[in-house]
Design a protein around this ligand. Structure first.
Ligand code: ADP
Ligand code: MG
Length: 583
């Protein structure tokens, strides 16, 4: 509904008595906002900082300028060609640069920004630094779109449609996978998400938005030259986005608007105030921008968004189809076979020749003092770390050496000792992410909202696991607002969403109250009765002794002893090494 109003509003502008000057300004704002929208997705949401976005605007602009001027191709055709060229070049650039981390990626974007600028400026065919002149306005048949109201309607409809698609995308399983990338790749890969592919996808999407902006801009200005697409402009796009609110889709519009207006107003106002002309506006501009960032680090939209409370998700999935389920191992099947795994960190032998097995439906406790190597063993089993030697077999299949994503897809789910989650997503959304591999939809269907029935199935499953684990009351809260114990329970629900046959829990009871621990114990028993095997690292001995059928005790990386809880409790070895220090 709100989208219809927005589109209506844009269309209305044609008849509204807005001065031409404002329409002209709004046209520029729309053009800039398109590029900034891509930056919100790339930088704010995915966490990949780019200074080189203007280069893709340049590709869109030069493609249409060159082809319409030299070959007489219709601009509507050149848009498609520009998009193809942008997609190909951004895929190539992305494949090369997106594996870089830390400061290297922004540096790489600076270098391609510079490279494309000099390329545009030095090619004879592109008119060198003078650029290409005399482009035609866009036209539909005889009707010329020009630079005024018609252009405004075209640009802003494209812009609002892009916002619409992006919002849909972000509010989908694919979008949640994209949003998980910002907090590192470990969580996402453990959910079976191909993080690199999504980084490239996001990179291409943002480049395509920039390309559309460039195509529009070329026919709006009717000339193109390299200065509009250089590094300086790349920095300015990033600036607009950050000022508007780099984490918010609507921030792109606010940022582009504020910067464009400030820029213009200062150029008019300052000479009047100071009485001389000079480049003072740049200084004042800088001061204003720095203050905005100082007092509103999340940008201007963060101020506005306070007045728009997040609508609570409607629970409309009761009738949805259930997700496909894995065939569980049969009783007696060896689910996990750890054979002599060893892990060295430099000189430290964190895990040394450890052997143990887990049968279908068994709950095995992995215990030992801090630093014994329990979490490292988890990481070796789940593929987060490669073993130095030894092997891990899951349902008979060799899994050591495989990536954590491949292992998770086979049916091994885990929680982390240090909770990993997306704090600004609700519990429901975080948990649904666990079912990622069970309900995939494409980026396109997410943008077009063709994935509704699938989304409902995912939420239905997420709710089922949330209820099972006993945190129904905080299903719609932001995960970041939960107490530590609840966050751990949320992680278990998320792991269960993956429909695992082996579940690895790293200190799930830490931070839980007594009652919650009792509830957790009964959930674990119920899960195992359904055939799921569990490997449990836990310091709460009452819980461990109560639920585990078998215990594996580690000390200084070595397997000290394994046996039933009773055998372990009676073992003098264990008393000395572990319980002895506690009791
Ligand atoms: P636990 O979970 O049993 O408390 P860990 O598996 O976390 O123990 O750690 C075992 C040992 O390995 C510790 O001495 C720890 O300092 C070391 N260790 C763990 N991870 C790393 C790493 N990534 N690099 C170097 N040393 C590590
Ligand atoms: Mg640990």
């Amino acid at each position: 509904m709100k989208w219809i109003i927005l589109f209506g509003f844009v269309a209305l502008t044609v008849v509204l008595p807005l001065p031409d000057f404002w329409i002209f300004q709004l046209n520029y704002i729309g053009l800039y906002a398109l590029t900034c929208l891509g930056l919100v997705l790339l930088t704010g949401i995915t966490g990949l900082t780019s200074f080189g976005q203007a280069a893709f605007v340049g590709i869109g602009a030069y493609t249409t300028a060159f082809l319409t001027l030299n070959l007489g191709i219709s601009p509507w055709m050149t848009l498609g060609i520009g998009l193809i060229i942008t997609a190909l070049s951004s895929i190539i650039l992305g494949l090369i640069t997106l594996r870089m981390s830390g400061h290297y990626l922004p540096l790489a974007t600076i270098s391609w920004g510079l490279a494309l600028y000099y390329l545009m400026g030095n090619l004879e065919a592109l008119g060198k630094y003078d650029g290409l002149l005399g482009l035609k306005s866009l036209a539909v048949g005889e009707f010329e779109i020009g630079q005024g109201r018609s252009f405004f309607v075209l640009t802003w409809i494209i812009l609002i449609a892009s916002v619409f698609c992006l919002n849909n995308l972000l509010d989908s399983q694919v979008g949640r996978a994209i949003r998980s990338l910002k907090s590192g790749t470990q969580l996402a890969e453990a959910m079976g998400i191909n993080t690199f592919r999504y980084k490239v996808t996001v990179f291409v999407l943002s480049a395509l938005l920039a390309c559309v902006s460039g195509w529009l801009m070329a026919h709006f200005q009717r000339t193109v030259n390299p200065s509009a697409f250089g590094l300086k402009m790349g920095i300015e796009y990033l600036f607009m986005t950050v000022v508007g609110g780099v984490g918010y889709v609507w921030g792109a519009l606010i940022g582009a608007g504020i910067i464009k207006l400030l820029d213009d107003q200062l150029q008019v106002l300052l000479p009047r105030l100071i009485g001389t002309s000079g480049s003072y506006e740049i200084i004042v501009f800088g001061i204003i921008l720095v203050s905005i960032l100082k007092f509103l680090p999340n940008g201007l939209w963060s101020l506005v968004s306070r007045y728009f409370p997040i609508a609570r998700r409607q629970e409309n999935w009761a009738q949805a189809d259930t997700l496909p389920e894995r065939t569980m191992p049969v009783k007696g099947e060896t689910v996990l076979d750890v054979i002599g795994i060893t892990k060295r960190f430099g000189g430290l032998l964190a895990v040394n020749e450890v052997n143990f097995q887990i049968q279908a439906g068994q709950i095995v406790g992995l215990i030992g003092p801090n630093g014994a190597g329990k979490s490292t063993t988890f990481n070796l089993i789940t593929g987060l770390l490669p073993p130095s030697s030894g092997e891990v077999r899951f349902r008979g299949e060799l899994i050591s050496g495989h990536s954590s994503r491949e292992i998770s897809l086979k049916g091994v789910a885990r929680t982390f000792q240090h909770v990993k989650m997306i704090p600004d997503m609700t519990v429901l959304e975080n948990v649904a992410l666990g079912a990622y591999a069970r309900g995939y939809s494409s980026v396109f269907s997410a943008m077009m909202r063709l994935n509704l029935s699938q989304e409902q199935s995912l939420f239905k499953e997420a709710q089922r696991q949330i209820e099972r684990i006993g945190i129904r009351h905080c299903m719609h809260e932001l995960a970041g607002n939960l107490a530590m114990g609840q966050q751990r329970l949320m992680e278990i629900a998320r792991a269960l969403c993956a429909d695992p046959s082996l579940l690895l829990l790293d200190e799930p009871a830490a931070g839980l109250r007594h009652k919650e621990k009792i509830a957790l114990a009964s959930v674990l028993r119920q899960i195992s009765s359904e055939g799921v095997s569990i490997l449990l690292v836990e310091h709460d001995m009452d819980l461990v002794m109560e639920v585990c059928e078998n215990l594996v005790v580690m000390e200084f990386g070595n397997l000290l002893i394994q046996g039933s809880p009773r055998e372990i409790q009676e073992s003098p070895l264990v008393r000395a090494a572990y319980l002895g220090t506690e009791h």
